[in-house]
Design a protein. Structure first.
Length: 90
């Protein structure tokens, strides 16, 4: 299973999002520190989930990083996060 698929699965289980987009952005970081050959190290995540209602931006980010801790320990280097509650405008 690809890292992208595991991220989707993990975030779906943890947050039951109404909307989830996970884009592998590793190619744009080729040659940078933390970007080894083979990619799957940098991702853009856009997610809307009721679980984020009432949470600060920082708390949302921490929750996602915590959910993906195993991926970070296994080579995930960076996430670009856009995290919203369904009641918030995109």
């Amino acid at each position: 299973m690809s890292r992208q698929s595991r991220i989707v699965e993990t975030l779906t289980q943890a947050f039951a999002p109404q909307r989830l987009e996970v884009e592998d952005d590793s190619a744009r970081h080729a040659g940078h520190a933390g970007a080894p050959q083979g990619g799957e190290t940098h991702f853009n995540v856009r997610m809307a989930a009721a679980a984020f209602e009432g949470m600060s931006r920082l708390a949302r980010s921490r929750a996602v990083h915590e959910a993906l801790a195993e991926e970070f320990s296994g080579g995930l280097h960076a996430l670009s996060l856009t995290l919203r509650a369904p009641s918030e405008r995109a």
